[in-house]
Write a protein that binds this ligand. Sequence first.
Ligand code: AN7
Length: 360
Amino acid sequence: MPFRPRYTGLIERYRDRLPVSDDTKLISLGEGNTPLLKLNNIPKVLGKDVEIYVKYEGLNPTGSFKDRGMTMAVTKAVEEGSKAIICASTGNTSAAAAAYAARAGIKAFVLIPEGKIALGKLAQGMMHGATVIQIKGNFDEGMQLVKDVAEHAPVTIVNSINPYRLQGQKTAAFEIVEELGFAPDFHCLPVGNAGNITAHWMGYSEYFDDGIIDARPKMLGFQAAGSAPFMRGHMVDNPETVATAIRIGHPQSWDKAWKVKEESEGWFDECSDEQILAAQKLLAEHEGIFCEPASATSLAGAINELNAGKIPEGSKIVCTLTGHGLKDPDTAIKQSTSPLVTVDATLDAVRDAILNNIAD
Ligand code: AN7
């Protein structure tokens, strides 16, 4: 029997809505088609009458939503004859770039802020054979260096300033609409460079313009309080947050994101690191869903807006969980309060460990 893959990726699925031709060779790892899960327990824990759905983008091939954009960016880079790609990254973009470059048989160069990327993401970049360049600086400085160096070397930039990235990422909105049968009232996203919120709005708008949905969601963008240029109204030079994925002070899609806010009648807000970690834990402990800290910013933000009455009860909310929790095991273990019990390898000791903990 011939090999017939069950699912061949988002470009194949949405071919007529993406900039590819019949002859384009697709570089794919079977990305997209991620679960949309309705939260069963958290609304009860919060005491709120709301429908919250999470789009679990951590189940993409490299563990984040970046794969949606990267399959498009690398497909087009290869089509245009490029032999090398480059990006600056807080971690997930570099992991996706490294993997898709390996798949395509081209080179990847990734610039990351030294000491400020989660362990799993570093492992991915190195394992997929990218040249990992750690800089003694942050993402924003890395991004500027990438733009400068791309003028002097034969490399294609695959950060979200590459327009094909947002084209790929808009497909997340298509999937949500097809699964729900409507657009949610509110769509909550973590915001770093603001590429993803822009891409989602493009997707919803395309379906709206084609009459597939009759309303679009209010787009809510949430930032970590220490890295919140959209809240400050200007760029931030020394961003800090436990959510290293969104430790970004100079968002690349600044103008586009303000436009999304205006057009969708949405807004930006900020979450403290404590709120972000609490939301991450809430998802893990009450729903069995493990996302990385940055991703939990979408739920942390939704909870804040519900508590403030800015999202009314009865609303239908989608939160994008952008990356998998396994990306950042260090932060997870550091904040876990679950019992880790070490005992002798005897029946008595193990029985006691169970009896001591069974009451919780
Ligand atoms: C898990 O990898 O910018 O607002 O270099 O990894 O589209 O930037 C990561 C961003 C949210 C923010 N959640 O998305 C990078 C990078 C996770 C992320 C974001 C990122 P944008």
